[in-house]
Design a protein around this ligand. Structure first.
Ligand code: GDP
Length: 607
């Protein structure tokens, strides 16, 4: 630690409940660290359950004995029965979040906002990022060779804004799925000559799921056919309403290409930032998030870190993910060496022992010993977590988890073949919400299950429901990797019944479809009396005569039936293996098309 370093180290300072999760009464104050049920509270306060229930009842509140009480009700009960109360944080050294020292209010200073630009493809995100980057460069920047480091800062009248360089909601949500929320404000770009498109809606849902305010930039207003009111109308359907219309979103009309309105957009960002009262404490060791990282041939692991609190200084020891190292060099996006980085500043650093992942948290320490110990603990925790963890939600244990108070919200992403069924299923699912569990369909659209859905599910701990749509093998593998549950249905009633059963803890042993093989239709042969024969190539597994198959077109199931005939050359065969061609006809189905996927499957009871 440098001699004149007045930063506070990231070591918890006593104001914490050392014994994990244990509540106690000291000096007439009930000190607790986690929410608890009436039964538990009754034991802790030594007040009969019936007294607590009666008190709540008289206040118009009905709770079952095992239902978890929130802080407000715990507080009310304590006061009623003569105790003061205080909730305290539990120390858990493996988690940076728990290690965080609590900053005193007077130590907090305003910090620049961190902004991500989102929107549909071709609506002008990249052009906007460039326009902002190049607009009124300050003298010190001019001439510097700007290098993409994943984020950059812009200064407007002495106020800074940090922009994340990778546009789009994929990167944003991928980060969030790793537990990193770096974005304070989302700028949603919508092209005035086009309108609200699927990725616009996705971006809105992703920003809302992250509870980040949205500023709308209506772009391409220079173009003929630009219709600003049409865009406003379309966005209003998604609850994105401009202030002039009585809503809470700022709308700015811009042309990223012609540099119109960029200053107003930047002013709008600063205005929203001011309302958010973004603050951090520069006088402590830094914590933050990895924005991007790579292995540089000459310099070794190189990462862009966004400082979110504290100040990161040259030669600090940092733990990133499960690795640690000493900062050997720190540069800004103009490759200028900087000695220290305050909150919201992105910096490229070298000196780490491994290449971290985007979205990993980092934390700085004054000594190597501390950094090494924490890194080691995190490594051990990670191994344990990987053994046990499930990152998404699951229906299997829903009932128990509700009753143990582990979850109060069940998030669902719904992908369907048509918009009509999406609306119907969403409404039916949300209607199942009750006092104990709130069912929340956070994103729904007609279309195939995409990687972005998996990332959103992972970030929001959601289950994905597919209605008449199938995940591709690649998406399925990704879902397995992220431990996201995908449930597939073809009948609305079955889907709703399954959810009801899960909520009652009566989920039947699930029958799952096991894919046995896939063939791609390469050519069509029309034969009178026989119908259409699909000249196909088996791309995986085995296709068997007589087995159940689905016909999948662009990720959507268009037919479900049986194989009526299977031939190699002129011979009928029982099965055809991966890598071979064959002729397939489907029972009662002649509408097969080139590039359709014929997928064989069987039903098996899930263990
Ligand atoms: P992205 O996919 O959202 O990153 O979109 P791009 O920034 O790549 O822009 C897509 C196309 O729209 C490019 O050809 C841009 O030159 C064009 N474009 C972007 N902004 C504007 C604008 O304000 N006016 C006009 N006329 N064209 C624009």
């Amino acid at each position: 630690m440098a001699k004149n370093d007045n930063r506070r180290a990231n070591i918890p300072t006593g104001n914490v409940n050392q014994k994990r999760g244990q509540s106690q009464i000291s000096n007439g104050t009930f000190v607790y660290s986690k929410n608890m049920s009436i039964a538990e509270l009754s034991k802790q306060l030594n007040v009969p359950v019936s007294e607590i229930t009666k008190f709540l009842f008289l206040n118009g509140k009905m709770f079952t004995i095992n239902q978890l009480l929130d802080d407000e009700n715990i507080g009310l009960i304590c006061l009623q029965f003569g105790y003061d109360f205080r909730k305290e944080k539990i120390v858990d050294e493996e988690n940076f979040e728990d290690l965080e020292i609590v900053d005193k209010k007077e130590d907090l200073k305003p910090r620049p906002p961190v902004v991500t630009i989102m929107g549909h493809v071709d609506h002008g995100k990249t052009t906007l990022i460039d326009a902002i980057r190049n607009s009124n460069l300050v003298a010190s920047e001019v001439g510097g060779i700007s290098q993409a480091i994943g984020a950059y800062q812009k200064e407007i009248n002495g106020q800074k804004i940090t922009f994340i360089d990778t546009p789009g909601h994929e990167a944003f949500t991928a980060m969030r799925s790793r537990g990193a929320s770096v974005t304070d404000i989302v700028v949603l770009v919508v092209a005035a000559d086009d309108g609200v498109m699927p990725q616009t809606v996705e971006a809105i849902d992703h920003a809302k799921a992250a509870k980040v305010p949205i500023i709308v930039a209506i772009n391409k207003i220079d173009k003929e056919g630009a219709n600003i009111d049409k865009i406003k109308n379309e966005l209003a359907k998604f609850d994105i309403i401009s202030e002039e219309w009585g809503g809470s979103n700022i709308f700015v009309n811009i042309s990223a290409k012609k540099n119109i309105g960029i200053d107003r957009l930047l002013d709008a960002i600063l205005l929203v930032a001011e309302m958010l009262e973004l603050k951090a404490n520069p006088n402590r060791y830094a914590i933050g998030t990895v924005i991007e990282a790579k292995l540089d041939k000459g310099e070794g692991p190189k990462a862009t870190l966004l400082v979110q609190n504290g100040t990161l200084t040259f030669q600090d020891y940092v733990v990133v993910g499960t690795a640690y190292g000493k900062i050997r060099r720190m540069t800004n996006e103009f490759q200028k060496i900087i000695k220290s980085a305050t909150p919201s500043t992105p910096v490229a650093v070298i000196g780490l022992s491994e290449v971290p992942n985007a979205g990993d948290h980092f934390m700085a320490f004054p000594t190597e010993k501390q950094a090494r110990e924490i890194a080691l603990k995190r490594k051990l925790t990670k191994i344990a977590e990987e053994r046990a963890s499930s990152s998404g939600a699951s229906l299997d244990d829903l009932y128990n988890r509700i009753h143990e108070g582990e979850i109060q919200d069940l998030n669902i992403i719904l992908k369907t073949d048509t918009t009509g069924s999406a609306e119907a299923i969403k409404a039916s699912l949300e209607k199942l919400s009750n006092d104990q569990i709130h069912i929340n369909v956070i994103h729904t659209s007609a279309g195939v299950i995409t990687e972005s859905d998996i990332m959103l599910a992972s970030a929001s701990k959601a289950i994905i429901y597919g209605f008449n749509v199938r995940p591709s093998a690649q998406i399925k593998a990704k879902a397995d990797l992220e431990k996201i549950e995908i449930r597939l249905h073809r009948i609305i009633y079955d889907l709703i019944e399954e959810m009801q059963d899960a909520m009652k803890g009566m989920l039947k042993k699930e029958e799952v479809e096991v894919t046995t093989g896939q063939a791609e239709v390469r050519t069509l042969i029309k034969i009178s009396r026989v119908g259409t024969v699909a000249g196909s190539y088996v791309t995986s597994g085995i296709i068997k005569m007589g087995e159940k198959v689905r016909i999948i077109r662009d990720g959507i199931i268009v037919y479900d039936g049986k194989i009526a005939s299977l031939k190699r050359y002129k011979d009928d065969v029982k099965e055809v293996k991966e890598g071979f061609e064959c002729g397939i006809t489907i029972e009662n189905f002649n509408d097969i098309k080139e590039l359709d996927i014929i997928e064989g499957y069987e039903m098996k009871v899930k263990e």
